[in-house]
Design a protein around this ligand. Structure first.
Ligand code: AHM
Ligand code: MG
Length: 338
């Protein structure tokens, strides 16, 4: 019997992928289902943020000394709750938690994966109705099954990621995730409450015309970064220009746009933030992985992001990610800093 399916849900897609691997246990599919469920719940709250008293500062400071918005806490709790009660995740680390959490119960201790999250990135934009997002990264644990996860499971280089993804809460809500086999995007269909395949096998165009950077920090950037920004501004039609500068201040939305349209996103180190602002493990690594699977590149300015050996859960990094040819031109400029 031929059944003509017009749409494929996220769950159907992950199960379909499992069918291609007869030895798959279904744990990764289960984990993605749990992440999708958390994202749907967060989406409901994000959408009504203007209506109820969940908006705004919660009056506490998170581990990086930044104000925490109430929705950040809600999002963090959603992920913790759903993953703890699932059967695929041995523990989590999050921007909102000082330390990692090993779930440490008999089922979780036998789970293969650990997850790292930025539960609600770009939260400075919540109050003004601008897109925000969730970022996640999945590793196979390296400690023995049957024992609680340890810090070693979380401090793995990005190249070891099994899957990575993000959710953008924008004009529509979309979940994009990558495994080594490809990057696929699923848009939330509110009529059935399911993420449905909308962007299959996403490839980042090798050249784009968008550059995304905080121009306000221009005089705090290195000479190489300044040189690249000037080149972006000087592009003419003859050399692929003119370029457009687009910077929302929500990395998920900025990188998502550049992934689809072609472009480069930069958050370089500055004089005030010599180590950069963004967090390696749950902001840079997932996007580096997604972008590389989609044909782009990512660097910290001197090294491929995915090769960096992390030493701390909340370590920061300067970050450049985007279309392959644009990244090559950036790296020519960054050589000026060596
Ligand atoms: P957050 O995790 O505290 O939300 O900060 C990360 C965000 C990114 O989404 C965004 O690209 C960047 O901070 C914007 O920072 P700035 O305002 O310094 O340009
Ligand atoms: Mg963040």
């Amino acid at each position: 019997m031929i059944i003509n399916r017009r749409v494929q849900t996220l769950d159907e897609f992950t199960i379909q992928q499992m069918r291609d691997f007869p030895h798959a246990t279904g744990e990764l599919a289960g984990l993605l289902r749990d992440i999708g469920l958390s994202a749907k719940r967060i989406n409901v709250e994000v959408n009504k943020a203007g209506l109820v008293d969940i908006l705004g500062d919660a009056g506490t400071i998170n581990v990086q000394g930044e104000d925490v918005k109430k929705l950040d806490i809600y999002a963090n709790n959603q992920f913790m709750g759903v993953l703890k009660h699932g059967i695929s995740c041995a523990g989590i680390a999050s921007e909102e938690l000082d330390d990692f959490i090993a779930f440490d119960d008999p089922v979780s201790n036998n789970s293969k994966y650990v997850c790292l999250f930025d539960p609600l990135d770009g939260s400075g934009n919540i109050d003004v109705n601008v897109s925000i997002g969730t970022i996640f990264s999945v590793y196979r644990r390296i400690t023995a099954l049957g024992t609680p996860a340890t810090i070693d499971d979380f401090l793995q280089p990005g190249i070891k990621q099994i899957a990575a993804g993000y959710v953008v809460y924008g004009s529509s809500t979309m979940l994009v995730y990558a495994t080594r086999r490809g990057v696929n995007g699923f848009t939330l269909d509110p009529s059935i409450g399911e993420f449905t395949m909308s962007h299959s096998n996403i490839q980042c165009p090798p050249t784009g015309r968008i550059y995304s950077v905080n121009h306000g920090n221009y005089f705090q950037y290195s000479k190489g970064v300044q040189q690249y920004i000037q080149r972006c501004q000087q592009k003419t039609k003859a050399d692929g220009g003119p370029y457009t500068q687009r910077y929302i201040g929500s990395m998920v939305a900025d990188v998502h746009r550049n992934l689809i349209k072609g472009g480069i996103f930069m958050y370089p180190s500055t004089i005030d933030k010599p180590k950069g602002k963004l967090r390696l493990l749950y902001e840079c690594n997932p996007f580096a992985f997604i972008m590389e699977v989609a044909g782009g590149n990512a660097t910290n300015g001197t090294k491929r992001i995915l090769d960096v050996e992390p030493t701390e859960l909340h370590q920061r990094s300067s970050f450049f990610v985007g279309s392959k040819n644009m990244m090559e031109e950036l790296e020519e400029c960054l050589n000026l800093d060596l």
